[in-house]
Write a protein that binds this ligand. Structure first.
Ligand code: PRX
Length: 587
């Protein structure tokens, strides 16, 4: 049963501090990216994320806490903006001594420890490009991504190093592996790896490379319907988007303690775990551990978190754990809470109200957009279930199949964004064709559209409502998984002739990865084979990507041109109408 939730009105007088954007329509009317640019530092035209996020705050306010770090065992360390500047400047010279040149790619396979953040900003300061990897990836996704961007250095931890060792022979571009020793004193193996602490001891502080707006900063790999992952490539100038959305969507203010729960292996963990808060000069909490309802509320209480950015899967898990848990803690420091990455059901929005008196504000963006495009704001009433309204300075629209804007309200269509905006990707790394395919001309002559791959509608008041993906990409707990990547690994198993992979709805993770296989002659389906295939996929892909369920079919539905019809597999799995099957191959 779906309940209709009333609009949540906003009373500005009741907010704990006046918002940076008191009037949405007024800012939308007057907004200019030049004004945003003028609020940044940009010395002599240099645009570098490390300068905007670290140096300029270290210069003005060196003793201000940039990072409060809590380890998984509860120990706490704090670092000032000056600490961040010094350590990242040393890491930049470490990279220089390793021969890393401007524009070269440095990969990170890391847990959330302070040195990760120093190394990231050190890499950006060097003018090299950061490429985050998710620590739950298996060897295949890791090797695939390193090879696509020809990574020259990998930064990792003693616990994760074995995954790098396993792919070392098939990632020939990697010249060095730097291991950041852990707090238990473990280091990487001598000979095969370089030790971070040893390299940093006595390293001089490197000056900032004078990068410009269009120089590469970050490559974030993201999955598509077909083919292997694409390297969404971003420039230093994207900081305008991080800073402006940090200011107006996240409402970051000087006294805030901000907590983004996303892992830095994914785009939210960099854009909003690092760049948005620190470009706004705000103190950020980093928690090394994973999800735990009681622990999370304890963190908010202990560190007096004021602004909290999390995700629907986490909110659903908190809801499941029950209201008794938040009520055991003093959460009065919180003033603003947000959610991103998947549709946030209205129940989730209002659960925040029940649990700590604040609704969750949903917002929407993608790896490719680089920063938040559509959002709910402190000063705007929330329509629970809606992603909110466009960020001032960006122009999303609903378009039909001919790329013509649909202006009537409440009509479903493709969600597209008018180009350009500062943080939009500038390339899929070395993949011009796939990049170009994401942009279409407006037949009415307006600026070109970037096609998001999502479907949505806009109501008469300009609020956007997410409908679903327009492709076969799976969103599991806010992480995108490309079916092709999973299918490719399954068919490498000798028993598997064909594989088709879909997202199966799940009450907590939104979707889980489900595979269908047809077997080669001589193999019979059994529980044992199912377990073996799941084991094979987990070993190759990692637990975050491998299918949770596998079923066997005599053969998979295919189009006449031989493409597996994932949509039909999904419709059959869910008992939904099969839709247009006119292209279905005949038996
Ligand atoms: O399908 C949309 C979903 O996540 C996709 C972007 O995923 P990714 O590139 O990994 O970027 C993560 C940063 C948010 C979108 O195309 N998505 C994201 N936010 C929302 C969402 N779906 C519904 N509601 C949202 N608020």
């Amino acid at each position: 049963m779906t309940t209709t939730y009333e609009e949540i009105a906003k009373d500005l007088a009741a907010l704990k501090s006046p918002p940076n954007m008191p009037d949405y329509e007024a800012l939308r009317a007057s907004f200019s990216w030049d004004t945003v640019r003028a609020e940044l530092d940009l010395p002599n035209g240099v645009v570098n994320l490390a300068h905007e996020c670290v140096d300029r705050h270290a210069a003005r306010n060196p003793a201000k806490t940039a990072m409060i770090w809590e380890g998984a065992n509860g120990s706490v360390e704090t670092y000032t903006f000056e600490d961040m500047r010094r350590e990242s400047a040393k890491f930049a010279s470490v990279l220089a001594s390793l021969g890393v040149q401007r524009g070269e790619r440095v990969f990170f396979l890391m847990d959330r420890v302070p040195e990760l953040y120093f190394a990231v900003f050190g890499t950006l300061r060097r003018g090299a490009v950061i490429c985050p990897l998710f620590s739950a990836f298996g060897p295949d996704p890791i090797a695939e991504r390193i090879n696509r961007a020809e990574g020259c250095v990998v930064v990792t931890s003693p616990a994760l190093y074995p995954k790098i060792e396993a792919v070392r022979a098939r990632t020939p571009s990697v010249r060095q592996v730097v291991v950041i020793g852990d707090r238990a004193g473990r280091r990487g193996p001598e000979g095969a790896t370089l030790d971070y602490a040893t390299l940093m001891a006595g390293a001089p502080e490197a000056p900032l490379e004078p990068t410009a707006n269009e120089d590469w900063s970050v490559i974030h790999f993201t999955s598509g319907t077909t083919g292997l992952p694409k390297g969404g490539s971003h420039v230093h100038g994207a900081v305008l988007g991080h800073y402006a959305t940090g200011k107006y969507v996240q409402d970051l203010q000087p006294g805030d303690v901000y907590w983004c729960t996303a892992d830095p292996g994914w785009v939210t963990g960099t854009s909003y775990g690092m760049f948005a808060p620190w470009s706004n000069g705000v103190t950020s909490l980093i928690y090394e551990g994973g999800f735990s309802s009681a622990k999370w509320f304890e963190l908010i209480q202990r560190h007096r978190v004021t602004v909290w950015y999390t995700a629907p899967t986490a909110i659903r898990l908190l809801m499941k754990a029950g209201l008794d848990i938040p009520r055991r803690f003093d959460l009065s420091s919180l003033r603003y809470t947000m959610s991103v990455g998947e549709p946030l059901n209205p129940e989730g929005v209002v659960w925040g109200l029940e649990a700590f008196g604040l609704p969750f504000h949903d917002n929407w963006w993608q790896t490719e957009t680089g920063s938040i495009m559509i959002a709910n704001y402190p000063a705007l009433p929330i329509r629970p279930g809606s992603m909110g309204k466009p960020f001032p300075g960006v122009h999303p629209g609903i378009i039909d199949d001919h790329y013509r804007e649909v202006t009537e309200p409440d009509v479903e269509g493709q969600l597209a964004v008018r180009v350009p905006w500062p943080s939009m990707m500038r390339a899929y790394w070395n993949d011009q064709e796939r990049y170009d395919s994401r942009f279409k001309d407006d037949p009415d002559g307006g600026p070109r559209w970037y096609i998001t791959g999502d479907r949505a509608r806009r109501d008469a008041d300009g609020y956007f409502w997410f409908v679903g993906r327009d492709d076969d990409v799976i969103n599991t707990a806010g992480h995108l998984v490309g079916p092709f990547e999973v299918e490719s690994v399954l068919i490498e198993h000798p028993a598997v002739a064909e594989a088709g992979v879909i997202g199966k709805p799940d009450p907590v993770a939104m979707e889980v990865v489900k595979a269908f296989v047809a077997l080669n002659d001589g193999y019979a389906w059994s529980d044992q084979l199912r377990r073996e295939l799941i084991g094979h996929a987990r070993a190759r892909l990692g637990p975050g990507v491998a299918p949770r369920e596998i079923d066997c079919l005599d053969h998979l539905p295919k189009t006449r041109s031989g493409k597996i019809m994932r949509r039909l597999l999904k419709a059959r799995e869910l008992g939904l109408p099969e839709g247009d099957t006119s292209t279905l191959e005949e038996d």
